[in-house]
Design a protein around this ligand. Structure first.
Ligand code: CTP
Length: 212
């Protein structure tokens, strides 16, 4: 099967030298790409800027902003059998990026932010994707309730929830601990383990819901 995996953060420019972003390292998405390749699947990895090398064998599409990631997914999704949205997409971007470096002038600086497109949210409704759809949910409280709500709202088959308020897992860590929820009401805890191990378990679970 062909997997499309989004990974890493996005960067939303403020001016030519500054941006809004987040602490995503790309490790979880890259581990999923590696685990899918190890199982003999093809992988298109749509990735924001990260400091780690992509797994050998993945076709890499590098992007910076949420809008670029949205366009890359729109272009690649039709060929995919499985889509895993692991990227930590910036929900907002500065309304306009200044053409030159913003200089300080002693006054308060107000940045006006506008909402970015929801890539996962558009995948069924706008891109018309009919394959297996796996979302992630980064939560800091009421994890299961929020994750289930996202699963339904965004038309996912599976959603992988992690508690991003913990400093020992998830963002920029080598380990993760996740709750996997499916549309039929199934739930499975994957206890704290290296992201490579979590990724192997997720790919195995995805294979059980994917046709063929
Ligand atoms: N996602 C996306 N495009 C966005 C925002 C999120 O594709 N603009 C995807 C993420 O890759 C993830 C899922 O949506 O698979 C949920 O992301 P999360 O940040 O947990 O949720 P949001 O939809 O941003 O909702 P909220 O900020 O209200 O928690």
């Amino acid at each position: 099967m062909l997997f499309l995996v989004t990974a890493g953060p996005t960067r939303e420019p403020i001016d030519p030298v500054r941006y809004l972003s987040n602490r995503s390292s790309g490790k979880m998405g890259y581990a999923i790409a590696a685990a899918a390749l190890a199982r003999g699947h093809g992988v298109v990895l749509v990735t924001g800027p990260v400091a780690i090398p992509p797994p050998p064998g993945a076709r890499v599409v590098s992007v910076e902003t949420a809008r670029e990631m949205h366009a890359a997914v729109a272009a690649e999704i039709a060929a995919a059998d499985v889509a895993v949205f692991c990227a930590a997409v910036s929900d907002y971007r500065p309304a306009e990026a200044a053409a030159g470096k913003i200089k300080k002038d002693g006054a308060e600086l107000v940045l006006r932010l506008v909402e970015n497109p929801d890539i996962l949210g558009d995948t069924r409704s706008v891109f018309g994707y009919g394959g297996v759809l796996v979302g992630f949910a980064a939560e800091t409280g009421s994890m299961e309730r929020h994750a289930l709500d996202k699963l339904r709202r965004k038309g996912c088959d599976l959603i992988v929830a992690n508690d991003v308020s913990r400093s020992d897992i998830a963002f920029d860590q080598d380990d993760n601990e996740v709750l996997v929820l499916d549309r039929a009401g199934g739930r499975a805890w994957l206890p704290r383990a290296p992201k490579a191990e979590i990724a192997r378990a997720l790919v195995a679970r995805i294979e059980t819901v994917a046709p063929g």
